[in-house]
Design a protein around this ligand. Structure first.
Ligand code: PMT
Length: 318
């Protein structure tokens, strides 16, 4: 397979050339209801989480995926709830979800947490009871009232939903945070250029021509939600590129924070870049703390919470 990824598409016309997801109207109605049900001073965060797919066929059998388990997003959503935020969780279907994340996607299947009693009933094994009980209580406490989950699969689903949610929350201004942890594809094939049916292998090698996805941070910051507090992420594998690219993103899009992380160390170290400081703030967590069950997202979200409060009280001057 050869990839040829040179064509650049106009950001404004993206939505005219791609199909919206089937849950767009549902998401509109649910987000609208959720936002209206919050008190007037409630802070709200949109957390995006997981990777987008890029289909290769309209009747999709094959697709290109973006790396992300959804750990950052789902763990952060839990921390935002603990800090008192209402959370709209825009996540890749089947990726990790708040509170459920501890029992899915690991080497143990769900059945390994259960046992049958001598009376024939099924119950959670004793060693898991306390932890599962805590997660269950939090899950039930927040779901619906403070936690709204909206799912996406493809890049196009994600972008339509991101725009829809942004336009719905924009009028709330500085008290809304965007926390863009999803891993979003930079290349795609527009639906009109895609094969309608499964690409056949009889023809030998496959050459793919992909268009560049416009960076949607630009319309998000400039047009969709200009008064909100916007945090984007920068993921790199080359340490030489990380700092320069994080700074470049801040200058180019003019938003509030870029969280830079390296693929290999993302669970124990992140760098927080802002326009105001010449050096990034470093947030890191020791191996011992990680083994004891502490996530780096706890410190990261507490730091962002402080900065967001400052932003609100400065009247978006930060
Ligand atoms: O889920 P985990 O396994 O825990 O991994 C977490 C993570 C590494 C995925 C996460 O911490 C992270 O870095 N997410 C952002 C990954 C990413 O898309 O980086 P990027 O450098 O390609 O894009 C930078 C920013 O531009 C992102 O905030 C993205 O929302 C935005 N973007 C990207 C592509 C695009 N076409 N338009 C965009 O606006």
């Amino acid at each position: 397979m050869t990839l040829d990824m040179r064509r650049v598409i106009d950001p404004d016309t993206y939505f005219d050339h791609n199909l919206p997801p089937t849950n767009l109207q549902w998401a509109h109605d649910e987000v609208d209801r959720f936002v209206k049900s919050q008190s007037p001073d409630q802070r709200i965060v949109l957390v995006t989480s997981g990777g987008t797919t890029v289909p290769l066929e309209n009747n999709t059998v094959r697709f290109v995926d973006n790396f992300s388990a959804g750990t950052r997003g789902s763990s952060s959503a839990e921390q935002f709830l603990a800090q008192g935020y209402a959370v709209i969780f825009l996540y890749r279907e089947h990726s990790l979800q708040p509170f459920n994340r501890n029992y899915s996607h690991n080497t143990r299947g769900i059945l390994s947490y259960l046992e049958r009693t001598s009376e024939g009933q099924i119950r959670v094994k004793r060693e898991w009871e306390e932890k599962m009980g805590r997660d269950l209580d939090l899950y039930q406490k927040y779901t619906g009232s403070k936690l709204l989950m909206v799912n996406f699969t493809t890049l196009s689903d994600y972008l339509f939903l991101l725009r829809e949610v942004s336009l719905l929350v924009a009028s709330l201004g500085p008290r809304v945070m965007f926390y863009l942890a999803a891993a979003v594809s930079d290349f795609f094939i527009p639906s009109h250029s895609m094969s309608e049916h499964k690409i056949q292998s009889a023809g030998g090698d496959l050459t793919l021509r992909m268009n560049q996805v416009p960076k949607f941070l630009r319309p998000l910051v400039k047009n969709w939600a200009p008064l909100c507090f916007i945090v984007s992420f920068k993921l790199e594998t080359d340490p030489e590129l990380l700092g320069p690219k994080a700074r470049h993103a801040l200058e180019k899009y003019g938003h509030q924070v870029v969280i830079a992380n390296m693929l290999d160390t993302r669970k124990c170290q992140v760098w927080l870049f802002t326009k105001e400081a010449s050096d990034p703030a470093i947030i890191q967590i020791s191996k011992e703390d990680q083994d004891a069950g502490r996530d780096i997202e706890q410190d990261l979200v507490e730091e962002l919470d402080r900065r967001h409060q400052q932003y609100i009280s400065n009247g978006q001057q930060q």
